[in-house]
Design a binder for this molecule. Structure first.
Ligand SMILES: Nc1ncnc2c1ncn2[C@@H]1O[C@H](COP(=O)(O)OP(=O)(O)OP(=O)(O)O)[C@@H](O)[C@H]1O
Ligand code: SF4
Ligand SMILES: [Mg+2]
Length: 363
């Protein structure tokens, strides 16, 4: 029997897709004094999130992870570019439909203490989205809260207590219960475990993984640390100064990081055995300000492999086989050299074309 092609097509539509996303903050003109500089928090990022996957966004502080995550779940509107949810452009939807979609895109925060209203009981915190959803019957709402608390591993008797009466891990569970109360399809976890004790982190990661399977969720996880990412994600997008510099399935990224910035992040991950040690890539200096990003490749001021071309021409975010993409003029030579030495450029057609462009540009 032949398959209905529309079913295949529907399955292939990513749950979320950002195209050409930019988010610039500030840049306002003042009548008196200097105008504030524009912060290029996210700069021309295109990224899709596949249904059912866990996609991680990693990078140093200030690289734009939270801003990109918030753009994707419509908590921020882009300066330019579009976000598509299940194929629909969120920028063109009527407010009622957008509100409905917002319920399907939930967020859990790094610090559950500041994200939970201290004056509301757990019952009110978790029950509020259910009430907003239209469930006016108090008894039914309470039953749903009890069910959600059990789902996240909290005793229902705790429903009358307030956030300050809980530990960090318990508060994060309350935040997760509140997110689940809206019946989400996708959850953005913005550093969901980094404020927790190491012993509690694994419990919350395991809970998120269980919930993902049970409720068929898609997860986008923002994280500094690569260890959490390795454990729980399917694909990883590495961000530097507002741009994605490498996107790869998690095992490929850990086995052979291609971008010098990813290599530097990996070199900082502790390994359990000396044989697993990677060549050291030194990451000198601080990340430049996103108000005045470097020309060409934004990483050139810190990259040990940078050459003249890098200062002038921004590398394309090119597909490099399989499901991988990388933004580096010299990724192949760096990979050939084992990541820590740069060999003379191989006669690659793509590189020759870029060098030609660069030479004609500099003349
Ligand atoms: N509302 C805002 N107004 C002005 N600048 C902002 C705003 N939000 C973020 N930024 C700036 O945008 C850049 C990216 O910030 P963002 O919070 O997305 O980074 P991040 O990768 O999540 O960092 P962290 O790991 O510290 O949370 C930073 O330079 C930040 O100061
Ligand atoms: S393009 Fe140049 S500066 Fe940028 S990462 Fe590659 S080698 Fe380094
Ligand atoms: Mg952040």
């Amino acid at each position: 029997m032949s398959r209905d092609p529309s079913i295949t097509l529907a399955r292939e539509v990513p749950i979320l897709e950002g195209i050409g996303l930019r988010k610039h903050f500030g840049g306002t003109r003042r009548l008196i004094g200097r105008s504030s500089p524009t912060v290029q928090a996210v700069n021309d990022v295109s990224l899709s999130v596949r249904r059912g996957e866990t996609l991680a966004l990693v990078g140093e502080s200030g690289s734009g992870k939270s801003t990109l995550g918030r753009l994707l779940v419509n908590l921020l509107s882009p300066t330019a570019g579009d976000v598509f949810y299940e194929g629909r452009n969120l920028g063109n939807l009527p407010p009622a439909r957008l509100n409905q979609i917002r319920r399907e895109l939930q967020i859990i925060f790094q610090d559950p203490f500041s994200s939970l209203n201290p004056r509301m009981s757990v019952e009110a915190i978790v029950g509020e989205p259910i009430w907003l959803h239209g469930q006016q019957n108090r008894r039914e709402r309470q039953e749903r809260v009890v069910e959600l608390l059990r789902t996240v591993g909290l005793a229902p008797e705790l429903a009358s207590r307030y956030p300050h009466e809980f530990s960090g891990g318990q508060r994060q569970r309350i935040g997760i219960a509140r997110a689940l109360a809206s019946g989400p399809k996708l959850i953005l976890g913005d550093e969901p475990v980094s404020a927790l004790d190491v012993s509690v982190q694994a419990q919350v990661v395991n809970l998120l993984e269980d919930l993902k399977t049970r409720f068929e969720l898609t997860l986008v996880i923002v994280a500094h640390g690569l260890s959490v990412i390795r454990h729980m994600s399917d694909r990883v997008a590495v961000m530097y100064l507002g741009e994605i510099v490498e996107l790869a399935p998690v095992d490929d990224l850990f086995d052979a990081p291609l971008h010098p910035y990813t290599q530097a992040l990996m070199a900082a991950v502790p390994v359990s055995h000396p044989s697993q040690r990677r060549p050291r890539t030194l990451l000198g200096g601080d990340m430049p300000s996103p108000t005045a990003p470097p020309s060409g490749c934004r990483f050139h001021t810190r990259c040990p492999h940078a050459r003249a071309l890098c200062r002038e021409v921004a590398p394309a975010f090119e597909e490099v086989g399989g499901a991988r993409r990388v933004a580096c003029h010299f990724w192949q030579e760096i990979a050939n050299a084992g990541g820590d030495r740069l060999l003379a450029p191989a006669p690659m057609p793509a590189l020759r074309k870029r060098l030609h462009l660069f030479n004609s540009h500099s003349n």
